[in-house]
Ligand binder design. Structure first.
Ligand SMILES: Cc1ncc(COP(=O)(O)O)c(C=O)c1O
Length: 409
């Protein structure tokens, strides 16, 4: 059978981590692994009401195909909502997608030829790495600093890739509360990134699933809203702000870029579910989405605070152990002392009934062995405390074992 597989599929290995993390779905395990939103944040009563009404009264329309671009009612609603966030996007700049993972797939189909270079964070979102790998892109990782990607390194890597004769395509960034690190890119860096992209004629793929889940600090302008050349393509999913199972997102793009994306979407799935678009459109129309976002951000803030408190309380005071304290989003990122391999440690953690994502899976350069991602979104505050206590025991034993081996620094 394998001889029939495309070279794309042969190059895309099944993620060993995803396999291991299936174990984390067992109910006795406290899981900090998947970036699953808390189901209590889903506006299920409102959806039930709207769905019943739409299916009963408008079945001819909502159970029909939609246009590839997406329903005008929904795009109009989204355009108005984005305007409140300082993002000017007319409905012609909005393409509705079957969630943002499809947006990444469409970006690859529309813009990436095999071997083209995409620059991304070190670490970055695992699902983006998988999409870029499937389309045989060359992924070059750029280390993150406390205020986002290290742009000096980006410029050096651009120079090196150009000297190597490569075709440079774009830069993939998650500027707000990045997955997996929780790091936010400063406005200064957003502006400089755009300048670099202009100078080097690169596209920017701005992926923003978490920007609306802010706990502290002021919102920072999107790169899309700083751009006046149509160089930035932005993805905004409703997975974390309404419900992941809707599989609903929008992609913002201008001019020719939008035209290419619509063409590839048409060949991919014709259109996104109209019923789901209508559900979201009516929700935005009738209810206070801003209040909903404020409320769910408060939920996630409490959970993040519970996690930070537990980390401070239980983790050993060892050189090399530190973590991020994000202003929003769903993730805390953690460093363990050099020499600890969080992929190996995951077996022991699962035995202790706690799970996380090993950082190596999110590094395109093979690094990050001593890092891990902790999602605070799904577990209750009590489970967060207990899970971090368990994890701290695993970490202490790991450090003691490494010290016995004389490996730990
Ligand atoms: C950075 C980033 N991009 C895209 C996605 C995909 O989200 P969805 O396909 O649910 O819209 C996620 C999901 O966790 C993410 O963290």
């Amino acid at each position: 059978m394998r001889k029939h597989f495309s070279s794309r599929v042969l190059g895309a290995k099944r993620s060993a981590i995803r396999e291991l993390l299936k174990l984390a779905e067992r109910p006795e395990i406290i899981s900090f692994s998947g970036g699953f939103p808390d189901p209590e944040t889903f506006p299920h009563e409102e959806f039930a009401e709207i769905a019943a009404e739409e299916i009963r009264d408008n079945y001819r329309d909502v159970l029909q195909y939609s246009t590839t671009e997406g329903s005008k009612t929904f795009r109009r609603g989204v355009s108005g909502w984005l305007k409140e966030q300082g993002i000017e996007a007319s409905i012609d700049e909005i393409l509705v997608t079957t969630a943002s993972q499809q947006g990444l797939d469409l970006i690859c189909k529309a813009f990436v030829d095999p071997a083209d270079v995409i620059f991304c964070g070190l670490p970055t979102y695992l699902g983006a790495i998988q999409a870029f790998t499937l389309f045989q892109a060359t992924k070059i990782g750029i280390p993150l600093e406390d205020d986002g990607m290290n742009l000096d390194v980006l410029e050096e890597e651009i120079g090196a890739a150009r000297r190597g004769g490569k075709v440079l395509k774009g830069i993939y960034v998650i500027p707000d509360f990045q997955n997996p690190s929780g790091i936010t890119m400063s406005l200064k860096k957003r502006e400089r990134l755009l300048e670099i992209a202009r100078r080097e004629d690169l596209l920017i793929f701005e992926d923003n699933p978490y920007g609306h889940l802010r706990f502290s600090g002021e919102p920072i302008r999107s790169i899309y809203s700083l751009d006046d050349e149509g160089r930035v393509i932005m993805l905004v999913t409703f997975s974390k702000t309404l419900a992941a199972g809707l599989r609903l997102a929008v992609m913002l793009a201008r001019g020719d870029a939008m035209d290419a994306l619509v063409r590839v979407k048409q060949a991919t799935d014709l259109c996104t579910s109209k019923l789901i678009q209508r559900l979201a459109a009516r929700y935005i129309e009738r209810y206070r989405f801003d209040l909903h976002l404020a409320e769910i951000s408060r939920t996630y803030r409490r959970k993040k605070e519970a996690m930070i408190r537990a980390l401070e309380r239980y983790m050993p005071a060892e050189d090399g152990i530190r973590w991020t304290d994000p202003d929003g989003g769903l993730f805390v990122w953690m460093w363990l002392p050099e020499g600890i391999d969080t992929e190996e440690m995951l077996d022991r953690a699962i035995e202790e009934k706690v799970a996380y994502v090993p950082g190596a899976a999110t590094h395109v350069d093979g690094g990050g062995a001593n890092t891990l991602r902790l999602a605070f979104s799904l577990a209750s505050e009590e489970d967060i405390d207990e899970g971090i206590r368990r994890l701290a025991e695993v970490v202490k034993r790991e450090i003691a074992a490494k010290k016995r081996e004389g490996v730990a620094t």
